[in-house]
Ligand binder design. Structure first.
Ligand code: ATP
Length: 328
């Protein structure tokens, strides 16, 4: 065991459901081990601006079920500079913090790793992002909640699609990764799923839609990941397909930020609780520069460097095949 007496915790990057449950877990694990907690508001920017508050087991009540992050999140340009990180370090030391838990995405982990390399300050990461695109963990916090939000939306849109024989392009989040699109597409029964990992041409798309039509499919749900790369956005895709098939009734729904909010699912709450315990106990064991992850249902650690640079987290190719079979 180390002589860590106070742990700072912050949330950084895009907010994700389950971040509050993770903060709660960090705080309660610290309380369990008699370690004090320093809550840092507004991510790294709050570290630079001394925006701190002590947290105890009672200050995180009624949080497990709440979306977003009560510590607030921010993107901090200043933390990208050595001067900004030095200010943050001086503030943490003045507040008597001995270690830092960062809940965020790979950008936040890059900042945490630099911070450790420059000042030797112990850091531990917890992956929080709805995109699920972090190497070293099968699931990130917020992904399961977002997935369920998207499936619920697809179910509702399907009612209209089938009542009017309409085709819907539904854009879901995922700039670089198709996890949300692929899994929500399978769960929501989409006829076609367009993801960044799989390239196809607009002609392919039009051909497939025609094939579906000939099979007697009168309505179509097409799930499009934000980062799907034909060089066209979802409205342009619609325009193109419409131009080829003027008699189709096509609509576009961009789900946008509703995917980020809302109460975390039980899965995300349990995951957050498990990850928070592991993050704190690993720091108390003297470990640093790791990201907590879940692999084969076991909570484990991946070096931050690997989580950042280890490569893309890969979609299961079998799922892509399953999506194809389901839309036969
Ligand atoms: P999301 O997946 O939601 O985008 P993220 O953690 O990747 O989450 P970023 O905006 O990339 O989000 O990073 C969050 C913050 O981490 C940045 O605002 C910045 O303060 C810090 N950060 C990111 N990259 C670096 C870097 N190369 N050096 C120092 N700090 C960084």
């Amino acid at each position: 065991m180390t002589n860590i007496k106070k742990i700072a915790v912050l949330t950084s990057g895009g907010d994700a459901p389950g971040m509050n449950a993770a903060i709660r877990s960090v705080v309660r694990t610290c309380a369990y081990h008699d370690v004090a907690v320093l809550g840092v508001y507004r991510g790294y920017q709050g570290m630079i601006e001394n925006d701190f508050a002590p947290l105890d087991a009672r200050s995180v009540r009624n949080l497990v079920n709440r979306g977003g992050t009560f510590l607030k999140s921010a993107r901090s340009k200043e933390f990208r500079t050595p001067e900004g990180r030095k200010k943050a370090y001086d503030n943490l030391v003045a507040a008597e913090a001995d270690a830092l838990v960062v809940i965020g995405g790979d950008g936040s982990f890059t900042g945490a790793l630099l911070f450790n390399q420059e000042f030797g300050f112990p850091v531990m990461g917890i992956p929080g992002t709805i995109d699920n695109d972090i190497y070293g963990t099968t699931y990130t916090l917020g992904y399961d909640t977002a997935l369920n939000t998207v499936v619920e939306a697809i179910d509702k849109i399907r009612d209209t699609a089938s009542s009017h024989n309409r085709m819907f392009f539904i854009e879901v989040m995922g700039r670089d990764a198709g996890f949300l699109a692929l899994n929500s597409g399978i769960g929501g029964g989409a006829e076609k799923i367009l993801i960044p990992e799989q390239h196809s041409t607009l002609e392919d798309l039009v051909n497939e839609i025609a094939i579906n039509h000939n099979k007697g499919k009168m309505s179509n749900i097409i799930v499009v990941a934000e980062g799907y790369t034909t060089g066209q956005n979802v409205y342009e895709l619609k325009k193109y397909v419409e131009a080829q098939n003027p008699d189709y009734d096509i609509r576009v729904t961009v789900l946008g930020h509703i995917q980020r909010g809302g109460a975390p699912t039980c899965f995300d709450r349990v995951l957050a609780s498990r990850m928070g315990v592991k993050a704190v106990e690993s720091l108390l064991e003297g470990k640093s520069n790791y990201m907590v992850g879940i692999n084969n249902d076991k909570i484990d650690l991946t070096p931050l460097e690997k989580a950042i640079k280890g490569g893309e987290s890969k979609l299961d190719p079998d799922l892509i095949r399953i999506a194809k079979i389901m839309s036969v």
